[in-house]
Design a protein around this ligand. Structure first.
Ligand code: PMV
Length: 350
C-alpha cells in the first residue's frame, strides 16, 4: 500500500450557486457519528459549475510514523494556521472514523492562485486532498464516492471531482455528476482580480448567518431550484438537440448565471450583519459587461462568489478580447484566463 500520494484538482466556479446547508437533526453518540459521515455538509441548493484548467491545487499526503500524535499541514509553503489546521484535522478524523485512513498524516498543499480570496481555493484544495487520501486507501473509489468525500470538506469541492460542467443536486449525501466534459465545451472564463482587502467572513460562516437572518433566504432556495432546472434543461438540449450552437448555449447559460448570482448576493447583502463582498472594481466589471453586450462588444456574463472578484463566462473565441477589455477597467488588478478543466487526478503514488 502506498504511503505518499500526490493529487491535483482544478477549482470550479458555479454558474448556479449553492448558498446554505441542509438542516441536520440532533442525534447523539454513534447515531450522530454515522449521520455525520453520511450527511455532513450537504448544500441546501443544487448547483452547476465550470471547472477551470488554469486554477488548481496540488496536494501531497504522507503517512506519519506510528509515534505521531497529530496531523500536520503546510499550505502554500507555510505551516497551516490554527483554524485551517483544526478544520483539516476534523476532516481527516472523518476518514479515520470510516476506516479509510490509518494513523496521522502530513498534508502539503499548493495553490497556483491566491488562497481565500473568493476564488474557490477550498474547492480545488479539498478535491485534491480527497483524491490523494483515496490513493492511500486500500480500495479504489468511484468518482461519485470521491465527490461525496470532497463535499464533506467543502461543498463546492464535490464539483471539482468530475471536472468540466458538473452538477451537484440537493440530497442527503449528495455527489456531483458530470453534465458535460471539458473537451468539446465552447465556453471559457476570465477571472478578474479586483483591488480589495482579504475577505473577513468565510463561506461556511456566511451561509449559516444568511439562513438564520436574511428575509430573502426562503425565496433564494426557490429561485436557485428554478435556475438549476433551467440550466439542466439547457445542457440537455444543447447535447441532445442543438449540438454546435455555441452562441445560444452561452446566452441561455449566461442569462441564468447572472440572475442566480444577483439573487445569491441579495441574500448575502440582506444578512445581518450584511455580507457585502463587492468592491468598487466588482461593480465596474458588472456594468462594463452589460455595456459590451448592448453595444456590440464580446458577449460575456458575470458571476461572483463570496468575495470581490468577478468571473466572466464567454466563448473561447472571445476569451482574449474579454480579458483585454476587463484588464483595462478601473479597480481590476489582473485577469486570469481559463479554458474548462478536467477531473481530479492522482499524479503519483509511492
Ligand atoms: O464550498 P464552500 O462551502 O466554500 O461554499 C461555496 C459557496 C459559493 O462559492 C459562494 C457558491 C458555490 O456554489 O461555489
Amino acid at each position: 500500500m502506498p504511503s505518499k500520494v500526490t493529487a491535483r484538482a482544478h477549482s470550479n466556479i458555479a454558474l448556479c450557486k449553492y448558498w446554505g446547508k441542509l438542516e441536520l437533526p440532533r442525534l447523539n453518540g454513534e447515531a450522530w457519528l454515522d449521520w455525520r459521515l453520511r450527511k455532513i455538509n450537504c448544500p441546501a441548493t443544487s448547483s452547476i459549475s465550470l471547472c477551470l484548467a488554469a486554477l488548481s491545487s496540488e496536494t501531497t499526503v504522507t503517512l506519519l510514523p506510528d509515534s505521531a500524535q497529530q496531523d500536520t499541514a503546510m499550505l502554500d509553503g507555510r505551516e497551516a494556521d490554527g483554524r485551517s489546521q483544526s478544520l483539516l484535522s476534523g476532516y481527516l478524523s472523518l476518514w479515520r472514523a470510516a476506516g479509510l485512513l490509518k494513523g496521522y498524516v502530513h498534508v502539503d498543499s499548493h495553490n497556483n492562485f491566491p488562497t481565500a480570496a473568493g476564488l474557490a481555493s477550498s474547492a480545488s484544495g479539498y478535491a485534491a486532498l480527497a483524491a490523494a487520501l483515496s490513493g492511500l486507501a486500500a480500495e479504489p473509489m468511484s468518482s461519485q464516492e470521491l465527490s461525496r468525500w470532497a463535499r464533506r470538506g467543502s461543498g463546492s469541492a464535490a464539483r471539482s471531482i468530475p471536472g468540466g460542467l458538473s452538477a451537484l443536486p440537493v440530497g442527503s449525501d449528495a455527489a456531483a455528476q458530470l453534465a458535460a466534459p471539458a473537451e468539446g465545451l465552447p465556453l471559457a472564463m476570465s477571472v478578474c482580480i479586483v483591488d480589495a482587502p482579504p475577505k473577513d467572513v468565510s463561506s461556511r460562516d456566511g451561509m449559516s448567518r444568511s439562513a438564520a437572518t436574511s428575509p430573502y433566504y426562503q425565496a433564494w432556495l426557490a429561485q436557485a431550484l428554478a435556475d438549476y432546472d433551467s440550466m439542466v434543461e439547457t445542457l440537455w438540449r444543447s447535447t441532445h438537440e442543438e449540438s454546435g450552437d455555441a452562441d445560444k448555449l452561452l446566452w441561455e447559460l449566461g442569462t441564468v448565471t447572472e440572475r442566480n448570482c444577483l439573487a445569491m448576493h441579495a441574500v448575502m447583502q440582506t444578512t445581518v450583519p450584511s455580507l457585502l463582498y463587492w468592491a468598487p472594481g466588482t461593480l465596474a466589471v458588472m456594468h462594463a459587461v452589460r455595456h459590451w453586450r448592448d453595444d456590440g462588444g464580446p458577449p460575456a456574463y458575470f458571476t461572483i462568489d463570496a468575495g470581490p472578484h468577478v468571473e466572466l463566462l464567454c466563448l473561447q473565441n472571445d476569451l482574449a478580447e474579454v480579458a483585454r477589455l476587463a484588464g483595462e477597467l478601473p479597480g481590476v488588478q489582473r485577469v486570469i484566463t481559463s479554458l474548462p478543466g478536467g477531473p481530479a487526478q492522482i499524479l503519483s503514488s509511492e
